[in-house]
Design a protein around this ligand. Sequence first.
Ligand code: ATP
Ligand code: MG
Length: 253
Amino acid sequence: MTIPESFVPESHPRYLSLIIREKLVKGFRNGIVVPEGLIAHGRGEAFDYIIGEISRSFAVEAEKVAVALMLLSEKPVISVNGNAAALVAEKLSELSEVLNAPLEVNVFHWSRERVKKIAEYLKSAGCKNVLYAGDAEIKGIKHFRRIVDRRGIYSADTVLVMLEDGDRCELLRESGKKVIAIDLNPLSRTARMADVTIVNNIIRAIPEMVNIAEELKTWSEKELRDAVNNYDNRVVLRKALESIAEYVTGVQV
Ligand code: ATP
Ligand code: MG
């Protein structure tokens, strides 16, 4: 008997969700994802369920503004952890290229070996600009997420984060940086702390941001600035919560 590569039949009603789990488990076996990352994914999945597992208009609006902000920034950086690498390495590489922003490996469960593994994985997915030197620290953070790259997050003016901790998000902002967060949980501290919050699954948000970046690269600086200036993150978070309430109360039982 040959053992199949995947145990999930394509006809399964939750095919995509199960394939994503398989990707994370594979990442776990390869030393990229930590067990805690699998739990964090579970929290994300639960929120995705009540969002409806699609990109809602409040997410697309935030993705547009996020891309505009990255294009206007002098030193934009994309912070990548184990789950993000395991799920969307190729698309993160494309986003890095189109935005001219490095991917920086930054993890809570830190070891030199794990950081190197994630960096190698991102490179093998096509990314030419991966930072992971860990030669600087963000003051005020006690856990390992403080360890950053001098040429990356340390000196960045805008940081795109995903599956982030609320406390680091707050400190990045306090150090004068703009923070864009992708987080399925609109109630998390990260979601409430960020300048721009994309309430969406990274498996949808990152590919969408690549396409948006191709389009917004043709915009003038004024058009980009107007998009950023007209944006209100609190309104977007409110829309996310209202949308969830509307969706779950509309389900026929
Ligand atoms: P905070 O400290 O900001 O309140 P948290 O403690 O709620 O965060 P963590 O476990 O630190 O959350 O990080 C996981 C976060 O990432 C969760 O809010 C979860 O909803 C979100 N998340 C998990 N998987 C995904 C995904 N695939 N796409 C987007 N967000 C995700
Ligand atoms: Mg947390």
